[in-house]
Design a protein around this ligand. Structure first.
Ligand code: ATR
Length: 294
């Protein structure tokens, strides 16, 4: 038997709390990053039941945890146990990354930063002065709307199945960041016009995710070749939403990069490391491979 020296008595801890956690790719990603950098850190999945959330957070605070990720369904609930949440995370209403510094817990949201980084990487452009259609008004849409409003977007045309939720989201952004969100229903005639004039179209809903791969939130006839089209869904790698857009000549991007960069960002927050572009490329290729094999 070979002695496995990856975990020793000195190893520091990282982890993921959520329910479920079995599907998560974060352990593979973060443990690979630590191996690559030679850092003595280990990342473990921690499935937590709702009634135990407070006890678990206290335990993580008292143990040798450098930090941890938070996933569904605790991204909002976790916030009341955190000593300091960033202003951005408060506006987004969600924390997915926690760092412990001198016994205090600091809460961050790296989902939207991950989205922004992957978007910039894939398109070599940002959101300043752009018109955007944002489909959905859940947690992901809120994080993105806060982020792109802060980036100087010109207009966010927000559309969701349940209009009340879009109105609430619009208020958060318009009152706290910038008056940029305009709410539409899918049936509004003016929505098609707003869609035509937009530069970037983003789907934040799970519509089209496996196994319901024939679904799409938008009619194919809405797209034109000037649109950059982003889907947070990455399974399948090309949703109907993206393939419809591609057929019209649009640049299309799936949510794999967002998933990757939210993890990279969390790791950078915990360790202070800044990855080189070459490292990032190499890690991203291995990450896509692991994701495809899952
Ligand atoms: P997340 O954190 O992933 O954003 P969420 O907060 O549950 O998840 O939000 C899910 C979003 O997808 C919502 O905008 C939801 O629309 P409703 O507000 O009307 O519920 C949208 N969504 C989910 N399933 C949908 C479907 N079948 N058709 C249209 N929209 C859907």
């Amino acid at each position: 038997m070979n002695i496995d020296v990856r975990v020793t008595g000195k190893t520091k801890l990282l982890g993921l709390i959520g329910d479920p956690v079995e599907h998560s790719i974060s352990p593979e990603l973060h443990n690979s990053l630590s191996s690559l950098l030679g850092l003595d850190l280990i990342y473990i999945p921690l499935k937590v039941e709702k009634q135990n959330l407070d006890v678990v957070v206290k335990a993580l605070k008292s143990l040798d945890f450098v930090g941890f990720n938070v996933t569904i369904p605790y991204k909002r609930d976790i916030m009341k146990f955190i000593d300091d949440n960033t202003i951005e995370a408060i506006l987004m209403g969600a924390v997915n990354t926690v760092k412990k510094i001198d016994g205090r817990l600091y809460g961050y949201n790296t989902d939207a930063e991950g989205f922004l980084r992957s978007f910039k990487e894939e398109t070599q452009t940002g959101f300043k002065g752009k018109k955007v259609v944002l489909i959905g008004a859940g947690g992901v849409a809120r994080s993105m709307a806060v982020k792109i409003a802060s980036e100087g977007v010109d207009q966010i045309n927000l559309v969701n199945r349940t209009k009340e939720k879009s109105i609430e989201l619009a208020e958060v952004v318009n009152e706290n960041i910038k008056e940029v969100v305009q709410v539409y229903s899918f049936e509004d005639k003016t929505f098609k016009m707003a869609f035509d004039e937009s530069d970037i179209i983003i789907n934040t809903t799970s519509v089209g995710m496996a196994p319901d791969i024939k679904q799409t939130p938008i009619k194919a006839s809405f797209f034109n070749k000037n649109h950059i089209v982003y889907d947070v869904v990455y399974n399948p790698t090309e949703t109907k939403f993206l393939s419809d857009a591609k057929k019209k000549g649009c640049k299309t991007i799936n949510g794999m990069g967002m998933l990757f960069y939210q993890g990279i960002n969390a790791y950078e927050i915990w360790t202070g490391v800044k990855f080189s572009e070459n490292d990032i490329k190499e890690i991203y290729n291995s990450f896509k491979q692991i994701l495809n094999d899952k």
